[in-house]
Design a protein around this ligand. Structure first.
Ligand SMILES: [Zn+2]
Length: 345
């Protein structure tokens, strides 16, 4: 019997080693391991073995079956692997590529990226970020900022009132935070605030009824225009990663005196004139000035001792310049093709 089992194992091993397709493999499985196979007949014969033969021959029969099964399993795996490879090749599938879901990971919105960049530059100069409400009273939005009752900005044509009778508005600028800070915080202070503001504007490639502003405020002893200019120059150099020439033009804002509009030399044409700067060679970037003493006095600050400066900029404007975007509406289109461009910024 030993010889017969050895012969069976050899025949099975040889037969399995030549198989190259699953159909032939199944035929061999029936032949060598099926209900009518030789090994099955040997197993049935265990019952008729003598007590002495059983432990030795029984063990040998079981080991032989195990041997044949192992040979079958091995060749079955090889054939399955080959079939998979063939399928992948035919369907042009590269299993080493990253999964499709990986491309759907979230990313920061370009306006968030720009806001965080600007905030971190001012933080490096000691400014502290603070929050302020989007829905304001007329007092914080206008009166506390030295804007007279007759000022056209108060008109419904320019400002959204949530309730005209109770004088509640959607803030038309971030500046109300200045009044809130001056009322509450101890001096000296250097603060920054940003967020959405609302104005009754027409919708076009450069304007929307809402956009984002960021403002800085510094109040201390002996603050002059020089401090303001140095701070802004330092900010522009860091933001545009270059020494940017700037110029200040006199302007008017109710809450700063004197006030100025700041232009930077166009970063695209280096002052020669291009489409982005309207062939002027300069880009209008922000408004600023020394805090009007009236604003400080309304918050009971001693204007003989303290002076301050403030500046405000449009986040969308800076994002459009940094990323070369020509239509402000792109930021709010929700178009994944537009937003995906910033996923690796
Ligand atoms: Zn230019």
């Amino acid at each position: 019997m030993k010889e017969k089992l050895k012969d069976l194992c050899n025949r099975a091993e040889q037969a399995f080693s030549k198989v190259i397709d699953s159909q032939k493999l199944e035929e061999l499985r029936i032949e060598f391991l099926g209900a009518k196979s030789e090994i099955q007949a040997f197993q049935k014969s265990i019952a008729s073995l003598t007590k002495e033969e059983k432990p030795v021959l029984g063990k040998l029969i079981n080991e032989s079956r195990k041997f044949i099964e192992e040979k079958f399993n091995t060749i079955q795996e090889v054939i399955a692997q080959k079939a998979l490879e063939k399928e992948l090749k035919e369907e042009n599938i590269d299993i080493s590529l990253p999964g499709i879901l990986n491309n759907l990971r979230g990313a920061k919105h370009p306006l968030t990226l720009i806001t965080q960049e600007i905030v971190s530059i001012f933080e490096s100069m000691g400014f502290q970020e603070m929050d302020s409400p989007e829905v304001e009273t007329e007092y914080y939005n206008f009166t506390g900022l030295n804007t007279p009752e007759s000022h056209p900005a108060r008109d419904e044509q320019d400002t959204f009132y949530t309730n005209i009778n109770s004088h509640v508005v959607m803030r038309s600028h971030v500046s109300p935070f200045q009044v809130r800070v001056l009322e509450k915080e101890k001096l000296p202070l250097r603060v920054i605030s940003h967020g959405r503001v609302y104005r009754n504007e027409e919708i076009n490639p450069r304007k929307l009824p809402f956009f984002h502003q960021l403002e800085i405020l510094c109040v201390d002893e002996n603050i002059t225009f020089n401090n303001l200019k140095w701070t802004l120059q330092n900010f522009f150099n860091q933001f545009f990663n270059a020494e940017i020439p700037i110029r200040l033009r006199p302007d008017f804002f109710p809450f700063t005196e004197p006030s100025a509009e700041v232009d930077a030399q166009c970063v695209f044409c280096k002052g020669k004139g291009c489409q982005t700067c309207g062939y002027k060679g300069w880009l209008e970037l922000l408004g600023c000035g020394l805090v009007d003493p009236n604003v400080l006095e309304m918050s009971n600050i001693d204007t003989k001792k303290y002076t301050g400066f403030a500046a405000g900029l449009g986040i969308e404007r800076f994002a459009m310049l940094k990323y070369g975007i020509s239509d402000i509406r792109d930021f709010y289109s929700g178009d994944i093709r537009f937003l995906n461009q910033f996923s690796k910024v």
